[in-house]
Design a protein around this ligand. Structure first.
Ligand SMILES: [Zn+2]
Length: 200
């Protein structure tokens, strides 16, 4: 007997519903076109052949009934928009189902100089032209960037810039960093003596 590998079909998936035809297996109502749906794989036999297919569910219905499948699907679903992915991650985190990411902070809600936050970010550029070391970040957590072109810059206090060895490509865990201007397109963070920078 030959078993066909179907790696794609073996994992649950999250996607935008391409039509309004599929019914949710939990509430029995149609899943509207464009809504995020969870697909859980199952196997049936047709003419002696094993065929993989999906059972579809509203995201919200699954959150209550089968959140573990959402946790798993999130790892394999590449098509979700960043903001949807973050929203789902946040909800799973609120339910205690995933760990490791701190609660995301919307940068617009922060006040300049008053807030200190913890971030994990990848260093993309270093500008050594100023006395301060200036870094530019992409894919920063737990901050929501305003859009994909948004950047977060990290300015190091003079004493830190002499003692910190940072290279492009490094992933840094930065604790207790000050938010300088949360309203500009480029968010600036300031690391001083209270800030702890750790390479991951
Ligand atoms: Zn439903």
């Amino acid at each position: 007997m030959i078993s066909m590998p179907s790696p794609k079909a073996e994992n649950p998936t999250l996607e935008y519903s391409p039509s309004s035809r599929a019914k949710c297996r939990i509430c029995k109502k149609n899943i509207e076109k464009g809504a995020i749906r969870l697909g859980t794989p199952y196997v049936f036999r047709k003419d002696g052949e094993e065929i993989f297919s999906f059972r579809w569910h509203h995201l919200d219905c699954s959150m209550g009934k089968d959140p573990q499948s959402i946790v798993k699907a999130l790892k394999f679903s590449k098509s979700l928009r960043k903001e949807d992915r973050l929203r789902i991650q946040e909800e799973l985190e609120d339910r205690g189902l995933i760990e490791g990411v701190s609660k995301p902070i919307k940068i617009g809600k922060l006040s300049p100089n008053l807030n200190r936050i913890n971030v994990v970010a990848k260093v993309t550029h270093i500008f050594p032209s100023r006395q301060d070391l200036l870094l530019s970040f992409r894919r920063i957590q737990p901050i929501y960037l305003k859009d994909d072109t948004g950047e977060v810059k990290l300015v190091l206090d003079e004493s830190l810039s002499k003692n910190t060895n940072i290279s492009p490509g490094d992933t840094l865990e930065i604790s207790n960093v000050k938010v300088l201007n949360p309203y500009d397109n480029v968010v600036e963070l300031f690391a001083d003596e209270k800030t702890i920078i750790k390479a991951l």
